[in-house]
Design a protein around this ligand. Structure first.
Ligand code: SF4
Length: 261
């Protein structure tokens, strides 16, 4: 039996036993997906712990901005849980929610335990999204995922934890694009901080073997409304120039940079 290592918020939001409310101050579980094709859809989130990258972006002001889920990068305050206990929790809290988003950190680092969990989750017939940086190929997960949400990190935005070349990274994304079955959807979300991200973006995209149904989205960098206000104009400009879809971050607009919402 494999255990899943979860970040401090783990499965969220679900009512906390002490006050019967979630981090959204509601008496029932769930939030909305804030990003991508399913933005606005009521969902539960499962945040796994650990990542093989340590991203840093440069904002238009020159400020260096780090990963917006630092608490999910290491094992500090993480917990190990069984698939059975998670499935039971989802079954008892989901109400009318039919979407589960598995995120991180980098969830594909725990592919073996995820397969076990998702196989046990199947009877609940949840729609499953996985949010990943796309750098690890784990085809054993293919039968279980409905939406593959890859967020490739453009060079040089991630630092040494991931030590492979851009060509290697692109090759792994191409492996995914060739392997995801037509019954599942792929979205590629690129974080844009400033206009100079255009060249690395186009260089990364050029060798990708995108299929007609794959969706490329650009998402403004920032974990606060103020930061998004600065990075939205250059992101919009790139979307309009190249025909990419703009991906807002509804959760930041609604709740700011809160954990567990
Ligand atoms: S890949 Fe994602 S979770 Fe990992 S460090 Fe980068 S932004 Fe954070």
């Amino acid at each position: 039996m494999s255990l899943l290592r979860l970040s401090p918020e783990g499965l969220f939001p679900i009512p906390c036993t002490s006050n019967g409310q979630t981090t959204l101050e509601l008496p029932l579980a769930g939030t909305i997906q804030g990003e991508g094709l399913l933005a606005g859809v009521p969902s539960l989130f499962l945040r796994l712990s650990g990542c093989n990258m340590s991203c840093r972006w440069t904002a238009p002001s020159g400020e260096r901005i780090a990963c917006d889920t630092p608490h999910a990068l290491g094992v500090q305050n993480s917990s190990l849980v069984t698939s059975a206990s998670l499935v039971e929790k989802i079954a008892s809290h989901r109400g009318q929610i039919r979407h589960l988003v598995v995120t991180g950190g980098e969830p594909l680092l725990q592919a073996e335990a995820l397969v076990e969990f998702l196989a046990q989750l199947r009877p609940l017939r949840m729609h499953v999204t996985i949010e990943s940086n796309g750098s690890c190929f784990a085809p054993e997960l293919l039968p279980y995922i409905d939406l593959w949400s890859f967020s490739p990190k453009l060079y040089p935005h991630f630092l040494p934890a991931y030590e492979r070349s851009e060509a290697d990274y692109v090759a792994v994304i191409n492996q995914w694009l060739g392997a995801v079955p037509p019954s599942a959807q792929v979205q590629l979300k690129f974080v844009i901080g400033q206009r100079t991200d255009e060249a690395p973006l186009l260089r990364f995209l050029a060798p990708l073997r995108l299929r007609p149904t794959d969706v490329v989205m650009l998402m403004p960098l920032g974990a606060t409304q103020e930061a998004l206000a600065r990075t939205t104009p250059p992101t919009l400009e790139l979307c309009l120039r190249h025909g990419f879809r703009f991906a807002p971050r509804l959760q930041i607009m609604l709740w700011g940079n809160r954990v567990g919402v």
